[in-house]
Design a protein around this ligand. Structure first.
Ligand code: SF4
Length: 240
């Protein structure tokens, strides 16, 4: 039965509940090869996923978005991961270069209109990256906060032309603790900012360390009410 028959993807997703992320990942990489890629912003979840994926397919496709505002620690981590896993990440950037964006919108668009800044620097490049795949693997967890509590392991979206896109969230059922246990036990490289009070690392103008008891994404766009950059919300989820 095709996974795109009504209900089939949801049924498969339910069957994966409680299964190890490696099993879900191995299934996705085989089912959708070669049109499957992992997206990462190099959070601890992305590092764990990368470690699992390379063990399954050493040539796994991985893409990231460079907004021009990454922390130096994130850039160094990218290099360390490429060296450790023998991979070369595909890097997408805004359609227009930084100088043009700054001329049009000012230097600090993140402060005057963070939604537009994310739309130009994150969402549009991600949309371009996803055009080349049928399946998109991401490192989202349900316990990252209210905006992610309802994610499914397999989710159905549509490309702009109406063709299906499956999003795979192998870590959906993992907790933050599960992820850290994996990373520490396997010696997976991670962002040193995560040892300095940051729990989620994005662009430097929009990220701060979090305080005791705060939600792990509270340091992103703090005080603005914004909780997501848009790359995980710009498409409407369809019934699976
Ligand atoms: Fe711009 Fe901040 Fe979004 Fe980065 S996170 S794209 S700097 S608004």
């Amino acid at each position: 039965m095709s996974l795109f028959e009504p209900g089939a993807l949801a049924e498969r997703s339910r069957a994966f509940e409680g299964r190890p992320p490696e099993e879900i990942l191995a299934w996705a990489l085989a089912e959708y090869a070669p049109r499957v890629a992992i997206s990462t912003a190099f959070g601890v979840e992305g590092c764990a996923l990368l470690d699992m994926a390379v063990a399954i397919d050493p040539k796994v496709q991985v893409f990231t978005v460079d907004t021009d505002f990454l922390f130096p620690e994130t850039r160094e981590l990218m290099q360390r991961l490429e060296e450790r896993y023998g991979l070369s990440f595909t890097v997408f950037r805004s359609a227009e270069p930084r100088e043009v964006l700054e001329k049009k919108h000012g230097f600090a668009l993140w402060s005057t209109d963070p939604d537009q800044c994310c739309a130009l620097r994150k969402v549009e490049p991600t949309r371009r990256a996803l055009a080349a795949v049928d399946a998109w693997v991401a490192g989202l967890r349900r316990d990252q906060g209210p905006s992610r509590a309802g994610i499914q392991i397999l989710e159905r979206y549509d490309h702009d032309d109406g063709t299906p896109l499956v999003k795979v969230n192998p870590l959906a059922g993992w907790t933050r603790k599960d992820t850290w246990r994996y990373v520490v036990e396997r010696g997976v490289p991670y962002n040193p900012l995560l040892d300095q009070g940051y729990k989620s690392v994005g662009c430097w103008p929009c990220t701060r360390a979090v305080r005791e008891g705060e939600d792990e994404r509270a340091g992103r766009w703090a005080g603005s009410g914004k909780t997501e950059c848009g790359i995980h919300t710009f498409m409407e989820r369809k019934a699976g």
